[in-house]
Design a protein around this ligand. Sequence first.
Ligand code: NDP
Length: 330
Amino acid sequence: ATEIRLAARPHGLPTPADFSIVDTEIPSPGPGQLLVRNEFVSVDPYMRGRMSEAKSYAEPYELGKVMHGGAAGEVVESTVDGFAPGDKVVHQLGWRSHAVVDAKHALKVDAELAPLSTYLGVLGMTGHTAWVGLHEIAHLTPDDTVFISGAAGAVGSVAGQLAKLNGAKRVIGSAGSAEKVRWLTEDLGFDAAFNYKDGPVAAQLAEAAPDGVDLYFDNVGGEHLEAAIESANLHARFAVCGMISTYNDTEAVPGPRNLMKIVGKRLNIHGFLVLDHGAKQPEFVAEVAPLVAGGQLKYSETVVDGIRNAPQAFIDMLGGANTGKMLVRV
Ligand code: NDP
């Protein structure tokens, strides 16, 4: 078996030396446990936060311990009724080729219905996050002009398409390359998109949203948040999902300079965590799985082969190498 452990706490952008790759014995399941052979492990921005010592909503990783996180694989041994070899499950024990999982923390999924990888992405945590942000947090309506940052990522690409499918008036996305911008407008049906590296975000957003923004889905923070406040209409709603532009900062940077406009525009800015919305997961799957199966909701996965390449996949994801969900095929 192989596992990826945290070797050092990164300063700024993580480097390969912050991880160690360790070969171990394949473990055996005890009572109430399953041995899972992982097929895919998930590569997620929030893992950067857990590599730091600072306490946050997710526990910091311990030095020398495995990088926990989403993973999907096949049960090879089970001591538990209701789980049999061959079953496919999702669990949270992360970057390793084999995991001994407490059955009560394993979610059985149907890999006949949709490919196993999708339960880590469009039908998994990131798709659920998009759905929660739009519906439960920002209360999307057909009158809305919607702006989504990080739009070509796992969460953003689902959020933009769901906004369109739910009849939003206009959906605008920002992303970090011309090819991602093309994908958003030509393949995913965004009404407009821009490359935030081409020029100031505020000017590009103002041009893409001449009538202002009613709903902002923030994945990026920083300059994007300032621009969204600038373009926001009265009573606009902001679903604040993440601020990836800040995750590698070594010092806290000053926030948007126009925060006072939150008052004049009566903005509703609402941070959220998908983990508080587990009860809505079945409703999300019931709505989104048929859209994926029917092809109305498209998804992309950037899949890197080999568990040993998970650290580099993570570093590359932070730099924008992925379109849609970043995964490692074990
Ligand atoms: P993505 O698939 O969007 O991957 C990260 C992307 O971030 C990269 O591809 C890159 O794309 C972009 N990025 C990196 N640095 C910057 C920067 N400085 N400015 C702008 N964009 C940048 O990841 P996810 O979809 O998994 O996550 C998206 C956001 O949602 C993150 O902020 C994450 O923390 C958050 N999140 C929050 C959850 C919650 O419960 N609140 C749950 C899950 C995710 P590009 O080429 O466009 O730069």
